[in-house]
Write a protein that binds this ligand. Structure first.
Ligand code: GLU
Length: 288
């Protein structure tokens, strides 16, 4: 296996993204802000509610989940989940500070206190749980493969042997390829959108990450790409938070469960990813 790093492509990809960026409207998923929220003194909830603002790490380049549009604000399902959390703390959505958190930055941003939470297509797993905690899951994704529309020879991960595949540093799909598919030539970059131009130009044969991220790229780039095969891993998405903050984790889990019951989770989905993808059942929260 060889792992190299894509360089010099970020600027082009970013420009292309800026020019084509579009996403679901976030207005219609706006959540009622709880003005009477009361939290025990000293908790993270009380601190955030008193401050009246929250810093949320998310993706800025992933259509359907977290894509920064022309407005400068990110849009997508993860963004709506972040707004649900903020609303429960009595924080209006315009008081959320969004910080781009590429895959490799998520744990360090949480550990360093650069963000209060991360909602960023973030798979809950035991390795990550050693350094951060997770609420959720609030969605269940799975790793799959993106190829050019006319490709017929890649239909699943076993077809990737000898192929050049683009993915992202610090992501579970890249780690899975390194561990289980040693004959793949992995090209790593920092954000998935940087893989699109190399795929267009045949510098790479495929891109791998979660099905819903790749579905967003298919939708964003009409007629260019397709998904190859079915998901071959489980990627439960969680909200990342500082390790050991159990009261905050309980609050986040309670908020997710309430959103399942009161319809706000479905509303968040339908106004974003649901424009393209079917509405799933929300997964059971895991209070580990
Ligand atoms: N869900 C996977 C992960 O957390 C892939 C998507 C991503 O990198 O954001 O690593």
């Amino acid at each position: 296996m060889s792992v190299t790093r894509l360089t010099g492509l970020a600027a082009t990809a970013a420009l292309a993204l800026l020019m084509t960026a579009c996403g679901g409207s976030s207005d219609d998923a706006a959540t009622e802000v709880e003005s009477d929220a009361k939290f025990k003194a000293g908790t993270t909830m009380a601190k955030l509610a008193d401050k009246g603002s929250i810093i949320i790490g998310t993706k800025f380049d992933q259509p359907l989940f977290g894509l920064r549009g022309p407005s400068g604000e990110p849009e997508g399902f993860d963004v709506e989940i972040g707004k649900l959390i903020a609303a429960k703390l009595g924080i209006e959505s315009d008081k959320i500070k969004w910080v781009e958190s590429v895959s490799a930055n998520r744990e360090p941003f949480i550990q360093d206190g650069k963000v209060d939470i991360v909602v960023a297509t973030y798979t809950i797993n035991d390795d990550r749980k050693k350094v951060v905690d997770f609420a959720g899951p609030y969605f269940q994704a799975g790793q799959t493969i993106l190829v050019k529309k006319d490709n017929t020879d890649i239909n699943g991960p076993d077809d990737l042997a000898g192929k050049t595949v683009c993915s992202v540093e610090g992501s579970t799909p890249a780690a899975n390829i390194e561990a289980s598919y040693p004959d793949v030539k992995l090209e790593l970059t920092d954000a998935y959108s940087n893989c699109l131009e190399p795929l267009r130009n045949d510098q790479v044969d495929a891109i791998t990450t979660d099905n819903v991220i790749l579905a967003g790229f298919v939708d964003q780039n009409e007629g260019e790409f397709k998904l190859a095969g079915e998901p071959f891993t489980e990627e439960p998405y969680g909200i990342g938070l500082k390790k050991g903050d159990t009261a905050f984790r309980n609050f986040l889990n309670d908020t997710l469960e309430e959103s399942y019951k009161d319809g706000s989770w479905v509303k968040a989905w339908e106004s974003t990813a649901g424009v393209v993808l079917e509405t799933p059942e929300p997964p059971a929260v895991d209070r580990y």
